[in-house]
Design a protein. Structure first.
Length: 190
């Protein structure tokens, strides 16, 4: 968890039913994420539904107008939802370990003796560059309550470092979310 914000409204903890939406063009990733989060929420006594089960496939095929979003909000209210939780990847960054970064700078500057002395251990160790990826994500919980104009209830930013298995990354992400929801008392059903 990099950063988060919680609405100071004391009614935030009175969420009864939430629609979970993973925003991605990758349907398999969307299904895995939504299923993982819905299962975790339901274990805590929160009624949760995957967007892939609620909406028709065509829901994300075209952009929506403000009027269409109002109709969707009314549809959600009529189905008993009082909140929607969105998660999306907002960016990807390639990172390099400090040691590898220093090695690259050191290879550009200095003299033969310094360079050889500082890097001779590479003859004896794994010399693969230590580069990894960081996915920046955002999760936002909105109220879809009558009289509250899609009010933001909670927002968090999580970095996923060097994910290599989708299921494990989703599991880790959900654990971080659930821990923060508990700390912030987002769902009183805990």
């Amino acid at each position: 968890m990099i950063e988060q914000w919680k609405n100071p409204d004391p009614n935030i903890s009175k969420i009864n039913k939430v629609l979970v939406i993973g925003i991605t063009h990758n349907l398999q990733t969307k299904r895995i994420f939504e299923l993982g989060l819905v299962n975790a929420l339901e274990k805590k006594g929160v009624r949760a539904v995957k967007s892939v089960d609620f909406f028709e496939k065509s829901f994300t095929e075209v952009q929506k107008t403000e009027e269409q979003l109002n109709e969707i909000e009314n549809q959600l209210i009529n189905a008993g939802f009082d909140s929607v939780l969105f998660t999306t990847v907002t960016g990807l960054e390639n990172k390099m370990t400090t040691i590898q970064s220093f090695k690259e700078v050191n290879s550009t500057f200095g003299n033969f003796r310094d360079y050889y002395y500082d890097n001779q251990h590479l003859f004896y160790e794994d010399s693969n560059p230590q580069v990894y990826q960081v996915y920046h994500t955002e999760t936002a919980l909105y109220c879809v309550c009558p009289g509250k104009e899609r009010e933001l209830l909670w927002q968090g930013f999580i970095d996923i470092v060097d994910p290599y298995k989708m299921e494990q990354s989703v599991s880790d992400y959900v654990k971080v979310l659930m821990r923060e929801f508990k700390k912030q008392e987002i769902f009183v059903n805990d």
